[in-house]
Design a protein around this ligand. Structure first.
Ligand SMILES: C[S@@+](CC[C@H](N)C(=O)[O-])C[C@H]1O[C@@H](n2cnc3c(N)ncnc32)[C@H](O)[C@@H]1O
Length: 223
């Protein structure tokens, strides 16, 4: 709670994703009716494309230790583990997301390689847990008020690659997306390409590939 008695951005985002965890994870579920499949592909197809590109850019995985910030229901962590990562830590402050992640990792048989932490980033990951070969944050900066300290910390914890997505501020779905989040009272942060480049510079990230991916920018950086 902030000094004036209202919920902070982090509390609003955490509560939103705690309540929305099952619906969010259903985006990845192949077993759904035609209408839901069509809506998810058309409206949220970027979620699946991000996962595929993360796997592509982080391969090969063998022996790697990876941190996934804002891991949600753990779909990325599980894919990294199934592709051969030695250890994956996922952190998310929405408890219901981590409960789904734990169950999905067990179902996939990678519970020994995946560790899921209920907590906020950056405070929830200590220096002792690093360094990581890669650190990812997908569909995460949409909900972050101050990205520079977060990316700076991701860079400090990593000796390898960062993969991060940023939602575009100018895109045909933006007005409706803004309206939906406004109705729910959930904060939403969108970025121009110039803003992302400025944020990366302020965070000390200089060597990166900038990819236009549907409604997102995807940044793949060497650190
Ligand atoms: C849209 S979900 C994306 C989940 C996952 N990365 C994916 O793409 O499937 C964003 C997640 O970030 C989490 N989150 C946002 N800010 C956070 C913070 N500062 N610390 C930990 N988790 C955070 C939310 O709880 C939410 O589950």
């Amino acid at each position: 709670m902030s000094a004036n008695g209202t919920n902070t951005v982090e509390e609003k985002v955490r509560d939103h994703f705690h309540d929305d965890a099952e619906r969010f994870d259903a985006i990845y579920d192949e077993k759904k009716d035609f209408i839901h499949k069509f809506i998810d592909n058309y409206w949220r197809g970027v979620v699946q494309k991000r996962l595929e590109l993360n796997v592509k850019y982080l391969s090969p995985f063998r022996g790697k230790k990876i941190l996934d910030v804002g891991c949600g229901s753990g779909r990325f962590c599980i894919a990294f583990a199934l592709n051969g990562a030695k250890k994956v830590i996922g952190i998310d402050f929405a408890r219901a997301m981590i409960e789904i992640a734990d169950k999905l990792a067990t179902d996939a048989g990678v519970e020994n390689k995946c560790e899921f932490v209920i907590g906020g980033f950056p405070e929830g990951i200590s220096d002792d847990e690093g360094p990581f070969d890669a650190c990812t944050a997908n569909g995460f900066f949409d909900y972050v008020e101050k990205p520079v300290p977060i990316i700076t910390r991701m860079r400090e914890l990593t000796k390898g690659k960062l993969v991060m997505s940023f939602p575009k501020a100018v895109e045909w779905r933006v007005p409706l997306r803004r309206f939906r989040f406004w109705l729910k009272g959930t904060p939403l942060f969108l970025y121009t390409e110039a803003q992302v480049r400025e944020i990366l510079e302020q965070s000390g990230v200089t060597n990166f590939k900038f990819i236009h991916l549907d409604r997102d920018y995807l940044v793949v950086a060497d650190v």
